[in-house]
Design a protein around this ligand. Structure first.
Ligand SMILES: [Zn+2]
Length: 308
C-alpha cells in the first residue's frame, strides 16, 4: 500500500475557520515571545530538516520542530495550532510531498504572504518501487547535502545580510556529511552480509542503494501504516536462517513487534537502526543530531552486517 499522495481533511477547513474566529490569545502570546527572541523563525516538519536548519543557521535562527517528540512521522497530521505556528514563521521547511502529503492542504490555511515555503526534496530524484514513491530521501547522504544547500539558500533569501554566514556553515556541515558518507562507503563495501534485513518499514532504500546493499522489509509500501502479512515475515525468517545473520534491525519510536517475531523465530538479536524521521523526548532534550544517529547506525551496521 502506498501512502496517499493527498489526504483530504473534511474537518480541516472548518478548523481553520474556527481558528480565525476563536483565535486563542495564548497562541498569539507564544508566537510573539518567539519573535522577541530575534532571528529568523523557522518551522520544519521532520528531524533531519530541523537539524540541518540549526546547523546552517546556528544562533541566527530559531528553529522549531512541528512533529511532537516521539510521534511516528508517517501518521502525523497537523492540528490547527500547527497551522498557526507555520503561519507565524518566516520560513517553513518540509521534506517533500510524499513524506508530508498533508502540507498542500495545510498551506491553504496559511495567510502569511511573507512565509517562504521550502520543499527540501526539490532537485532530488524520488525513487519508485511497485508504483510507490519513497519519501526517505535524507537517508542518502548525497541527498542530505542537497537538502542542506537548499536550506542555506532559503535562509540567505530571507536574511541576505547573513548570506555568507549561512553558506559557509552549510559548506562546513556538508564536509562532515561527505566524510561520514566516505566512511559508510568504505565500511559497507567489506561486509559478509549484503542484505539489510529490517523488521520495520522500508526506510533504508536510498541508503542501501548508495552503499550497494539490498534492503528487505516485510512491510509493503514505505510507511508502517499497514501490518505485514505472515507470509512476508516468514520470507524474512527464511532469509535470516539461510544467511546465518545474527541481527535483525528495527526502527525507532515504534514497538518492534515484527522484528521481535523475526528475532524469536531465528535466534537473531534485535538492533535499532535509526531512520531519523523524528526523535524521542529524551533524544531532543539531550541535543541529538542527525550525524550522531548516522554514526551510531554505522557502528551497528558494522556488527549486524559483519563488516571488516
Ligand atoms: Zn519512514
Amino acid at each position: 500500500m502506498c501512502p496517499l499522495i493527498s489526504r483530504r481533511f473534511p474537518d480541516f477547513i472548518i478548523a481553520i475557520f474556527s481558528l480565525v474566529v476563536f483565535f486563542p490569545a495564548a497562541v498569539f502570546a507564544n508566537a510573539q515571545d518567539a519573535k522577541d527572541a530575534g532571528g529568523l523563525q523557522v518551522v520544519t516538519t521532520l528531524f533531519p530538516t530541523y537539524d540541518f536548519a540549526k546547523q546552517v543557521g546556528k544562533d541566527k535562527v530559531n528553529v522549531s520542530l512541528l512533529l511532537p517528540p516521539g510521534i511516528e512521522a508517517h501518521a502525523f497530521e497537523p492540528k490547527p495550532s500547527d497551522i498557526v505556528k507555520i503561519n507565524k514563521a518566516d520560513i517553513f521547511i518540509y521534506t517533500g510531498k510524499y513524506m508530508e502529503p498533508w502540507v498542500e492542504d495545510a498551506l491553504k490555511g496559511v495567510s502569511n504572504r511573507n512565509l517562504l515555503v521550502v520543499d527540501a526534496s526539490a532537485g532530488i530524484e524520488i525513487a519508485v518501487k511497485d508504483g510507490c514513491r519513497d519519501p526517505h530521501i535524507w537517508l542518502d547522504l548525497g541527498n542530505a547535502q542537497v537538502m542542506v544547500e537548499r536550506i542555506a539558500k532559503a535562509l540567505a533569501r530571507k536574511d541576505p545580510a547573513n548570506s555568507d554566514f549561512y553558506s559557509s556553515n552549510a559548506r562546513e556541515y556538508n564536509t562532515r556529511l561527505a566524510a561520514l558518507d566516505k566512511r559508510f562507503k568504505e565500511t559497507l563495501s567489506g561486509c559478509r552480509q549484503k542484505t539489510l534485513i529490517y523488521g520495520g518499514h522500508s526506510a533504508f532504500g536510498y541508503f542501501a542503494r548508495r552503499y550497494g546493499l539490498r534492503h528487505d522489509s516485510p512491510y509493503a509500501g514505505f510507511s508502517p501504516d499497514a501490518e505485514p502479512t505472515p507470509k512476508a515475515i516468514a520470507k524474512l525468517v527464511d532469509k535470516i536462517r539461510q544467511s546465518g545473520m545474527k541481527h535483525v534491525f528495527h526502527e525507532e519510536l515504534l514497538d518492534p513487534k515484527v522484528a521481535r517475531t523475526i528475532a524469536s523465530e531465528t535466534g537473531a538479536h534485535l538492533m535499532l537502526l535509526h531512520g531519523a524521521h523524528n526523535v524521542s523526548r529524551d533524544e531532543l532534550k539531550n541535543g541529538a543530531t542527525f550525524l550522531q544517529f548516522m554514526e551510531e547506525d554505522l557502528d551497528k551496521l558494522k556488527i549486524g552486517l559483519e563488516c571488516k
